[in-house]
Design a protein around this ligand. Structure first.
Ligand code: NIG
Ligand code: FE
Length: 406
């Protein structure tokens, strides 16, 4: 295994490993004039340049800041068609939920996605993953959820798998049970539990099951049944909850030990207290706030209450056409009131915890060597810059996948 020593690091900045909650989200390790020794795909040593061990290769990054690769814990990167007409209608005043109730919105993406082949879906997804990676994401979660029927749902997961084989980064696949059929929903939920989830588990098509628990989607009782089936078949669980109405999804996620509960725009004191007392990660999605003009998820209050908060893009055509994980981080500071340090923790170790991963997100010996070299000597540019990428180099498992010349 070849060892490479990365030098020319003005500042090496990292959260502590493992999920961080409350005040600990602000506690970063900051090393000046640092070096990073990579052996194979892992970090072997981190410290001051002057103390660095020798290595077969040395790479000078040019005096810039280095941070961990971002983990995007929530995307719907596989879809066909577009939602441009919805966008225009919404700007003219039609609410997102009304479009969905009329058979448009998510349902129109389901029709377009069901009509596309696996190969076509993979071809559409790959550049979206690459855009997220160019913004700094080295691990990306991808959900299904636009399948009109189970076959289409399985095709989405296969497409994510095909895209993943072409992608130099990590993809984590999630089965999303998104919108119930207009008729026969009891039968649909039964078939999700008894047919779809067992097949997904058996073929190793996803690592987790997610459910959209909402007035216009699945009830708490239906969600509970689906999460229970996921548990029986050995899959982790997550929820889309409290996006428009706090109907009990967050409390359910905490009760069953879901990895994360995502959205939370409609969460109030009871949901904040439940998350503060639980190990379920609270994932906020500021792109949705920006694009739908929804209230902001109470990320500040969640951190202050002691919860573990993560941030994701929620990249999808309807509620968050945000193709940059770095922009999600920067928006979490602007819209959700996180400090730059909290936002970095939210987008690295905490986002990894939201995917059940503990081997990445912090630059410490033994961790995966997924890291970013910025254009700037000051790491805070990662949270500050809007509209162009402050990320100069993206390194996955110790290998460069993007390097803009100095
Ligand atoms: O995370 N709210 C539910 N699902 C997605 C949106 C999907 C879409 O609008 O296409 C979300 O916001
Ligand atoms: Fe989502």
């Amino acid at each position: 295994m070849t060892d490479t020593l990365y030098t020319g690091i003005s500042l090496l900045v990292t959260p502590h490993p493992g999920p961080q909650r409350g005040r600990a989200m602000r506690e970063l390790t900051v090393l000046e004039d640092a070096a990073l020794l990579v052996s194979g795909e892992r970090i072997r040593w981190v410290g001051h340049r002057a103390d660095a061990p020798g290595a077969a290769n040395e790479r000078d990054l040019g005096g810039v800041a280095v941070v961990p690769g971002l983990v995007d814990p929530h995307t719907h990167a596989v879809w066909a068609g577009d939602r441009l007409a919805d966008f225009e209608a919404r700007v003219e005043g039609v609410p997102y939920e009304t479009l969905l109730a009329r058979g448009g919105g998510i349902r129109s993406t389901m029709r377009a996605t069901a009509a596309a082949s696996e190969e076509e879906l993979a071809r559409l997804a790959l550049p979206r993953l690459e855009a997220l990676q160019h913004s700094g994401a080295t691990t990306i979660e991808v959900k299904s959820g636009y399948g009109l029927d189970f076959d289409a749902e399985l095709r989405m997961l296969q497409a994510a798998y095909f895209a993943e084989t072409e992608f130099v980064g990590d993809v984590v696949r999630t089965l999303l049970v998104h919108v119930p059929p207009t008729e026969g929903r009891a039968e649909y939920v039964r078939a999700v539990c008894e047919e779809l989830i067992p097949e997904v588990a058996e073929d190793n098509l996803a690592q987790a099951v997610d459910v959209f628990c909402e007035k216009e989607a699945f009830s708490v009782a239906e969600t509970r049944a689906i999460l229970e089936a996921a548990r029986v078949y050995g899959l982790a669980t997550k929820l889309h909850a409290d996006q428009f109405h706090a109907i009990g999804g967050t409390e359910l996620a905490c009760e069953v030990g879901a990895l994360s509960v995502d959205h939370l725009e409609a969460s109030g004191p009871a949901q904040i207290a439940a998350l503060a007392a639980s190990s379920t990660v609270a994932t906020v999605l500021p792109g949705v706030t920006l694009h739908l003009g929804l209230p902001t998820a109470p990320a500040r209050a969640l951190v202050d209450a002691g919860a573990c908060v993560a941030v994701g893009t929620d990249l999808n055509p309807g509620s968050s056409p945000v193709f940059s994980s770095q922009l999600a981080l920067a928006l979490a500071v602007r819209l959700c009131g996180l400090t730059p340090a909290e936002a970095l923790t939210a987008c690295t170790v905490n986002a990894a915890a939201a995917l059940g991963l503990s081997d990445r997100g912090a630059l410490v010996p033994g961790a995966r060597a997924d890291f970013l070299a910025l254009h700037s000597a000051d790491w805070r540019d990662l949270a500050y810059t809007l509209g162009v990428s402050p990320v100069r180099g993206v390194y996955v498992g110790g290998q460069p996948v993007k390097e803009t010349p100095l």
